[in-house]
Ligand binder design. Structure first.
Ligand SMILES: OCN(O)CCCc1ccccc1
Ligand code: NI
Length: 187
């Protein structure tokens, strides 16, 4: 199973590379990594397992964070409804692309963090409120999804990792708490 020791940290050059597209069909190793990434997220969100293996909770992870410079991400966004056990969005996305997005921007009121960043970085991270993505799943089937708000923010954070972009690159250095006009703050 993957643990935090497998996650590379800020300063590692792989985090600043543009990752390579995967060639289908996935190799067995690539498939295993994909499943391990999704399992890591589920484990990290289970209090007992997270404590037992010292996992930082994560709702997404990108292969470059495991020092694999390939265009693969896993996302596991729990539901925000109290008695709902089904996740809002959970999948392994191979070669994900943002096909279109809203003009409307949004951001999290508490800013963002990153499993590869061992420090708090204050500031709003403006992102598209709605996105339409296309990707291939682990079975090689093309998928298309429309996402908005938190699931959309998470997928944009992960796709940024495939392009060597860290969340703090998007914070206004002169005024981190500046709210761009017409930006909707979430949560
Ligand atoms: O790359 C994934 N990762 O570092 C875990 C944190 C994911 C994440 C946190 C806040 C907003 C969007 C995404
Ligand atoms: Ni991250």
């Amino acid at each position: 199973m993957l643990t935090m020791t497998d996650v590379i940290r800020e300063g590692h050059p792989t985090l600043r590379k543009v990752a390579d597209p995967l060639i289908l069909p996935l190799t067995d190793d690539e498939k295993k990594l994909a499943y391990d990434m999704l399992e890591f997220l589920k484990n990290s969100q289970d209090a007992e397992t997270a404590e037992k293996y010292d996992l930082r909770p994560g709702v997404g992870i990108a292969a470059p964070q495991l020092n694999v410079s390939k265009r693969m991400i896993a996302v596991h966004v729990p539901s925000d409804l109290p008695d709902e056990t089904e996740p809002q969005f959970s999948d392994i996305l191979i070669n994900p692309k943002i096909i279109s997005h809203s003009v409307k921007q949004t951001c999290l009121s508490e800013g963002e963090g990153c499993l590869s960043v061992d420090r708090e970085v204050e500031g709003y991270v403006p992102r598209n409120k709605r996105i339409r993505i296309e990707y291939v799943d682990t079975e090689g089937n093309r998928q298309s999804r429309r996402l908005k708000d938190f699931p959309a923010i998470v997928v944009q954070h992960e796709i940024d990792h495939l392009n060597g972009i860290m969340f703090f690159d998007r914070i206004d250095p002169d005024n981190p708490m500046a709210l761009p006009k017409d930006l909707e703050v979430l949560g």
